[in-house]
Design a protein around this ligand. Structure first.
Ligand code: ATP
Ligand code: MG
Length: 567
């Protein structure tokens, strides 16, 4: 493609509302343009990448026996009513006004609709059906560009099996295919075992990449691969021992002291000697939660330990329950359920609130002074703590979900009556799995992981063009002619070449654009080098430059350059 004729409107400035690297670069490199909140047009350069990603996905899905469908995005609402998911999706589901249609946010219903008509015997299975198609979700906070759009492209596949073992096999095939897809795309990913959320069923994995733009926080061990959402993640932390010294509880006047920091400053003690109190309200009454002073409550773990939903108490509720305000609450004399974090197990000589304002209690022995105290893991795991599996330090960071595989079981086949006859002629619901990959997320995550201050750094498989040919001084006929000849020659050899043949653009401007667009190999045709039969080659990733003889630019040489650019 000749840049002088191409529609690649690059932007010099960082667009106002973009913060995340991939969003900024996809806008600046003219891959996408917004049309509305969370709605994007993919421009020609971006679409070339999209097609490369979908082709990799398609090859790997075909390799596991997947058969490609193209289902309608516009769905009769009555099919969605069979599974109760019009309600389950709520406002996320786009509905057509005055018509009984919805715009599909996923396709379990439609695939099950087809299966129930045609998959009737155990002999008809296993089946893996997939498509690469547009999804619609009225996301409440569309942000970070195409990472969270209201319309996006998804590869979604569905497996149909007659036995749980069959489902396991289909799930395994997807697990392997997903690893190959993300590896081929050049993504550094890790896998988190997850709950399957609104989809139902049991057994699921999320394929994630670390990114500041992510909305999930995960703990990950690089050494053994352990990864979990911090909502459930565990770590090994050493418990502090009991003091030998015993003291009766005593009240200390602490005027104006509210936070743990202030208490430690005031009493010249360490945070780990404090039992931090938090009051939560549940349908079964208030619960006092005790944490070691330097730790925060993980509400997901707390709900699991308590067994019902929890919410932090309001200031007036705290006063009514304990007689004190937030900074002065403690376990001694507290009437109600008390749950403490494991790190406080049987500890003594602790400081906490005295349940009267401006007073704290010292010398607390949880074993001696607090009746019926329960213990559970309630902490939020922190970076650097050791992995419970292998002991190596854990990293805690934000991450984005690229893909998700889950065992649906019979949730959809039961509600939609997709039944089959087994070997003994008994009627049973089909056992299903569902598997998704966000195509735009693959593109954006690749950019999140592969860019520098100058722009995108494509690998040879995803690059919109493999080679960026930069012609300098294109107004001079002999230079223009030489560059054009090289362009034609490389195209004939089968390479995708973007040729900057613009006459009016300055050299510096062309170099900046080439770095921004990020093709793996740049070849520069300039006056001086051309005079001695040479061109300059630049590897985008490393910035390495070298001279090459024009006569040597054959297929083998160019392929070697592309290999080098991927190293
Ligand atoms: P999230 O928790 O990020 O909203 P999800 O759990 O809703 O994701 P799934 O329903 O499992 O996602 O969809 C499968 C894949 O589709 C996701 O792994 C992700 O890559 C992609 N995806 C989901 N929602 C969006 C969106 N709003 N924009 C772009 N891609 C999306
Ligand atoms: Mg979602």
């Amino acid at each position: 493609m000749r840049l002088s004729r191409a529609y690649i409107p690059t932007l010099k400035e960082v667009p106002n509302d973009a913060v995340v690297a991939s969003h900024i670069l996809m806008l600046r490199a003219a891959m996408i343009r917004p049309v509305g909140a969370g709605i994007y047009s993919v421009l020609p350069l971006g679409y070339r990448v999209m097609k490369k990603v979908t082709e990799i996905i398609r090859e790997e899905m075909d390799a596991i026996g997947g058969q490609e469908f193209h289902l309608p995005a516009l769905n009769p609402k009555e099919i969605w009513e069979e599974t109760g998911r019009v309600e389950a999706f709520g406002d996320i589901l786009f509905q057509i006004k005055n018509r009984d249609y919805v715009l599909a946010p996923t396709h379990e219903e439609i695939m099950t609709y087809h299966a129930r008509r045609t998959v009737q015997s155990y002999k008809d299975m296993p089946q893996i059906w997939y498509q690469i198609q547009t999804k619609f979700r009225n996301e409440p906070r569309p942000k970070s560009g195409v990472l969270r759009g209201r319309q996006f492209l998804m590869k979604d596949s569905y497996s149909f099996d007659s036995s749980p073992e069959g489902l396991d096999a289909s799930y395994e095939l997807h697990d392997k295919a997903y690893r190959r897809i993300f590896e081929r795309c050049g993504l550094k990913f890790f896998i988190v075992g997850a709950s399957s959320g609104a989809m139902g069923g049991s057994g699921s994995e999320e394929f994630m990449v670390a990114s500041e733009a992510g909305e999930d926080t995960v703990a990950h061990c690089e050494k053994c691969g352990y990864a979990a959402n911090v909502e459930v993640a565990a770590s090994n932390v050493t418990t502090l021992p009991r003091y030998e010294e015993e003291k009766a509880c005593y009240d200390i006047s602490t005027p104006g002291v509210k936070s743990i920091d202030e208490l430690c400053e005031f009493l010249k003690i360490n945070e780990t000697e404090c039992a931090k109190s938090r009051v939560y309200i549940t349908e079964k009454g208030p619960v006092l939660v005790l944490m070691q002073g330097n730790d925060e409550v993980n509400e997901t773990k707390l709900e699991k330990a308590v067994g019902v939903a929890v919410r932090p108490g309001h200031p007036d509720e705290l006063k009514e329950i304990t007689g004190a305000d937030a900074g002065s609450i403690g376990p001694v004399g507290f009437k109600g359920r008390i749950i403490a974090d494991n790190l406080l197990l049987d500890r003594n000589m602790l400081f906490s609130g005295a349940n009267k304002n401006d007073y704290h209690t010292g010398g607390i022995d949880l074993k001696r002074d607090v009746n019926d105290i329960e213990y559970a893991d309630l902490r939020i795991v922190e970076s650097g703590e050791s992995c419970t599996k292998c002991g190596a330090p854990l990293g805690v960071f934000k991450a984005i979900e690229l893909g998700h595989i889950f065992k649906l079981g019979t949730k959809y086949s039961e509600s939609m009556k997709a039944l089959f006859l087994d070997e003994h002629g008994a009627e049973k619901p089909i056992i299903m799995g569902s598997y998704g990959i966000g195509v735009e997320r693959v593109m954006a995550c690749y950019i999140e992981q592969n860019h520098d201050e100058n722009g995108i750094i494509w690998n040879k498989l995803l690059a919109p063009y493999q080679i960026h040919l930069i012609g300098l001084n294109m107004k001079k006929p002999h230079l223009a002619e030489a560059a054009l000849k090289l362009y034609d020659q490389m195209k004939r050899l089968g390479f995708d070449v973007l040729f900057d043949d613009r006459e009016d653009a300055q050299a510096g401007f062309k170099f900046k654009d080439a770095d921004l667009l990020g093709m793996p190999v740049q070849i520069i045709v300039g006056e001086k080098k051309l005079a001695v039969g040479q061109v300059e080659v630049k590897i985008r990733k490393t910035g390495e430059r070298m001279d090459a003889e024009l006569v040597n630019l054959d297929k083998e040489f160019l392929n070697k350059l592309l290999e080098k650019a991927d190293e």
